[in-house]
Write a protein that binds this ligand. Sequence first.
Ligand code: URA
Length: 443
Amino acid sequence: MNNGAGMRTIELIAKKRDGQKLLKSEIQYLIDGYCQDYIPDYQMSALLMAIYLKGMDAEETACLTEAMLLSGERFRFKEVSPKVDKHSTGGVGDKISLILAPLVACCGIAVPMLSGRGLLHSGGTLDKLESIPGFSSDLAAEAFHQQLHSLGVVMAGQTARLVPADKKLYALRDATATVASIPLITASILSKKLAEDIDALVLDIKCGVGAFMQTPEEAKNLAASLISTAERHHLPTTALITNMDQPLGYAVGNWLEVREVVNCLQNKGPADIMEIVYALAAHMLVMAKRAENTSRAKEILDKKLRSGEAWEKFLNMVQSQNGETRYLRNPSLYETARYEKKLYAPQQGFVTRIDAMKIGMSVVYLGGGRAVKEESINYKAGIQLNVKVGSQVEKNDLITTLYSDTPISETIINGVMAAFKIKKKPAAETTLILKTLSTKNLL
Ligand code: URA
């Protein structure tokens, strides 16, 4: 680092630390400097923490999004239309994209999906896909383009050429407790989505104990930030705020979740997962003008799922990205984790809570997530639930099984047990889809 650049970076970190607004040129300088390696991780970490604590206004957020977008190339898929994508703000057991992307692609809509890796307790689409032996999420632009053209669906990651700023910042945020920040999440998601050259976007804003936004108010603010920043970049966007108090479905952990995806695509998926898949996918069909309303869209989607077309599309996508589909056709071929621990209900009653944050963090401790950015992931590690909130259990019924390749400590077991609440009376039923927002009803 030369001294001039070092000084300027320190001044800008201090400016944000003191709650002042950064200018477009300053944000551009910081992102360029980090991507070109003359701003080191430790300075960027300090800046991220200052943004986390002091926030950014709408203009700064839009500038950050643009600077990150411009850090790499943008796709141009002129001959492919319509193109619509979906993105989640991150949850536990959130495998929605893996089911939704091939399903929507079966309805004549191209889905060029750039996804992320696990962040803290929340799993990442790329990690899940990479648990399939051979699967490559690191696609060159030409290969991405070709597959979108031939199959209508691609699921890949940021690369050195595509949104490299997000690739670097995402990993750094994960390791510096700076994930749950509205401007940082907004810029991270939209820089990827704007690089995809899509016509419309549907967002799943997770809200609850297992989400980065824990209250409806925070979730609404994140939705507003995402929708208004997308609007500044002329990208029509709809956001659903969905409940993330308990994990989605029954599986948490990369390969366990892929196994659950296989069930969903074979029309044997849990009700909560399928409700969210259909709700988000229906908005994609409506925005792409492939259905006149969401009810009609759900009928179309249901047909595509039941006919097996979506399952075939998923297999074709995995194969095209070098994944070994025999593990999907026959999941029992996959090696199982060395250690397994079954946990039982301590008393009879109703499950009233399964704390998604505690389950998500336990999966990280079992080896299924990252605590520091260079850490590798054990795809077999995870937690398989046997119950959901509302389930009735007898004393000593199996409630969950833990999987890991390293011995499972008492601390992890206690953490998982603490996630469950079993009471004499069932809890009041909760709604899964809390709100639907779009440019029209937000701005
Ligand atoms: N998903 C992303 O792509 N980025 C975030 O910051 C959070 C979720």
